[in-house]
Design a protein around this ligand. Structure first.
Ligand code: 13P
Ligand code: SF4
Length: 319
C-alpha cells in the first residue's frame, strides 16, 4: 500500500473515531475533495461550506481551505471544534484589508452601508453591515440599492467593479485583489478564444474587467461548475483557480476544459492559476491535526458576536 492510500485510510478512521466531518473548497487538492466525498463530508463554494458546517451535526468540523473559511465556521457554530490542516493558509484579500485601516475607511463614509466579501478577517466582518460571497454579492447589493442605500465595498476591487456594473449602485471600493485571479489577462484570453471558437468562457468575478467582459458566465465556483454540467457546448475556457478542474472533469468527462491564460505562464506551467494558500492543505497535515487536535480555530468572542450579525444576514438572505 502506498503512502497516499495509507494516509487516506488513516484519515477516514480518524474522522469516524472523532465524529468529525471534512468540508473542503473546490480549490483544494483532488485527494482532499475525494476524501470529503467518500466520508460524508462536502466540497463546495464558500457560501455552501458555511451552510453545510452550520447544519451538520458533527461535533468537529475540519475545514480544508483558507483561514477565513475556518473562522466563518467557528463564528457560526462556536460550540463546535473547528480544525484546519494549515493555520497559515490565508488569502491576499484578507492580508490586504487590515481591520484598523478598513474601519478608518468606513468612518469616512458614515452614510454608506458596509458590505464585505467573505474573504476577510473576523474583525473586518465585525465592522460590516453585511457579509457576502461571490454567489450572492450581486443580489444583495441590488437589494440594498433598490432600498436607496449607498455601498462601501471591500476588499476585492474587481468584484466590486463587477457588482457596480451589474447593479448600478453607488459604491466606493477598497483597493484589494486576489493574487490568483489578478493574473488572468484579457488580451491572451482573446487569442485563446479565437483558437477555440466553439468554447464558452467561464469567469470568476475576482478577475479583472477585461476578462469578465469576455465571459459567457460570470459567477462563484459553484456556478461555474454548474455551467460545465448544464450548458450545451463542447469546450470551456475557465478563468478561476485550476483546483476546480477535479470536479469539472468528474461532472463533465466528455467536455474539453482549458485554463484561461495567465501572466505567469512558463515552460513548466501553461497557466499558473493556483492559490498558494489553498495548496498548503494536504493529506499529511490533515492527518496530523486529526491525530493531535492541533490547529484549532479560535475567534475572539466579542468580535465573533459582532461578525455573526453580518454573517447571519448573508445566510438569511440566501435561505
Ligand atoms: P467562491 O465563494 O466562489 O467559492 O470563492 C472563494 C474564493 O476564495 C475565490 O477565490
Ligand atoms: Fe484568496 Fe484568491 Fe486564494 Fe481565493 S484564490 S483564497 S481569493 S488568494
Amino acid at each position: 500500500q502506498g503512502e497516499r492510500e495509507a494516509l487516506m485510510d488513516r484519515i477516514k478512521s480518524l474522522l469516524k473515531e472523532q465524529n468529525a466531518v471534512l468540508v473542503a473548497h473546490y480549490y483544494t487538492a483532488a485527494d482532499l475533495q475525494i476524501l470529503a466525498d467518500e466520508t460524508g463530508g462536502y466540497v463546495s463554494d464558500s457560501l455552501d461550506m458555511a451552510r453545510f458546517g452550520k447544519e451538520h451535526p458533527a461535533q468537529t468540523l475540519v475545514v480544508a481551505g483558507v483561514r477565513f473559511m475556518g473562522e466563518t465556521a467557528k463564528i457560526l457554530t462556536p460550540e463546535k471544534r473547528v480544525l484546519m490542516p494549515e493555520l497559515e493558509a490565508t488569502c491576499s484579500l484578507d492580508i490586504g484589508c487590515p481591520a484598523d485601516e478598513f474601519s478608518a475607511f468606513c468612518d469616512q463614509y458614515p452614510d454608506h452601508t458596509v458590505v464585505v466579501y467573505a474573504n476577510t478577517s473576523a474583525a473586518v466582518k465585525a465592522r460590516a453591515d453585511w457579509v457576502v460571497t461571490s454567489s450572492i454579492a450581486v443580489d444583495v447589493v441590488k437589494h440594498l440599492h433598490e432600498r436607496g442605500e449607498k455601498i462601501l465595498w471591500g476588499p476585492d476591487k474587481h468584484l466590486g467593479d463587477y457588482i457596480r456594473r451589474e447593479t448600478g449602485a453607488e459604491m466606493v471600493l477598497w483597493d484589494g485583489s486576489c493574487i490568483v485571479h489578478e493574473e488572468f489577462k484579457g488580451l491572451e484570453l482573446e487569442k485563446l478564444r479565437a483558437e477555440h471558437p466553439d468554447a464558452l468562457i467561464l469567469v470568476h468575478p475576482e478577475s479583472p474587467r477585461a476578462v469578465v467582459e469576455q465571459a459567457d458566465v460570470v459567477g462563484s465556483t459553484s456556478k461555474l461548475l454548474q455551467a460545465v454540467q448544464t450548458m450545451d457546448a463542447p469546450a470551456f475556457i475557465v478563468a478561476t483557480d485550476n483546483g476546480i478542474f477535479h470536479k469539472m472533469r468528474q461532472a463533465a468527462p466528455d467536455k474539453h476544459l482549458l485554463e484561461a491564460p495567465t501572466a505567469g505562464r512558463s515552460a513548466t506551467c501553461s497557466s499558473c492559476a493556483h492559490c498558494p494558500w489553498m495548496a498548503m492543505n494536504g493529506l499529511r497535515n490533515l492527518a496530523h491535526v486529526l491525530e493531535t487536535g492541533s490547529n484549532e480555530i479560535f475567534v475572539d468572542p466579542a468580535i465573533a458576536e459582532q461578525a455573526l450579525v453580518s454573517l447571519n444576514r448573508m445566510l438569511d438572505f440566501s435561505a
